[in-house]
Write a protein that binds this ligand. Structure first.
Ligand SMILES: Cc1ncc(COP(=O)(O)O)c(C=O)c1O
Length: 190
């Protein structure tokens, strides 16, 4: 994926040679997200994108710009939940075979979160089916608490290398909105 980033001239610095992942500094998380869509639309025609819960508007914009097919799974409003239950997500992926699943942790705007074992179930089924998962961690503080999902550890435990893409942004996590600096990590095995 990084090769395509270079060939499209993403305007960010590209770092190579990490032992377990490659990363690219981007202009905010926004550019990182659009690079993922651009990559997929070039490599998988008629890209199907599944959004879990409501999402930040850039995802809808990318679906339109890169002519993807947008799918959306929303939770049960009567249960006061906008994130779909995990069993529903896994069945939906199995049946509809998206190319990309977008998961924002915690969900923006609802703030809901899957726990680590639910996250692991998504990563596992996606890796088995060749489905990419874009994890938008822009709102996630890494807290050393057993009830708080550790994305890196979950990728490792689920053997989801190669299909998990992490997007983050210093502007959000460090509360410096004028600093248009984000990053993307493509977790691979060298
Ligand atoms: C969930 C989410 N992802 C991505 C972004 C975009 O981040 P950036 O400002 O770094 O481009 C935002 C911005 O509000 C966001 O809330």
């Amino acid at each position: 994926m990084i090769d395509i980033f270079e060939s499209i001239g993403c305007g960010g610095a590209v770092f190579k040679g990490f032992s377990s992942y490659e990363s690219c500094v981007t202009i905010g998380a926004t550019q990182a997200i659009s690079l993922v869509f651009r990559y997929l639309s070039k490599t998988r025609p008629h890209t199907k994108v599944l959004l879990l819960g409501y999402n930040y508007s850039i995802y809808d914009r990318c679906i339109t710009t890169y002519k993807c097919q947008g799918l959306e799974l929303i939770g049960d409003h009567s249960e006061d939940s906008t994130l779909p239950p995990i069993s529903h997500v896994l069945d939906y992926i199995e049946i509809n075979k998206p190319d990309l699943v977008v998961l924002t942790l915690p969900n923006n705007p609802s703030g809901e979160l899957y726990n680590q074992s639910e996250l692991g179930a998504i990563f596992t089924v996606c890796a088995q089916k060749g489905v990419y998962v874009l994890v938008d961690k822009v709102g996630l503080f890494d807290i050393p608490d057993e009830n708080w999902p550790n994305v890196a550890q979950t990728i490792d435990e689920s053997n989801a290398y190669g299909y998990t893409i992490i997007v983050n942004s210093f502007s959000k996590t460090c509360s410096i909105p004028g600093c248009r600096m984000g990053y993307i990590v493509d977790v691979i095995i060298n």
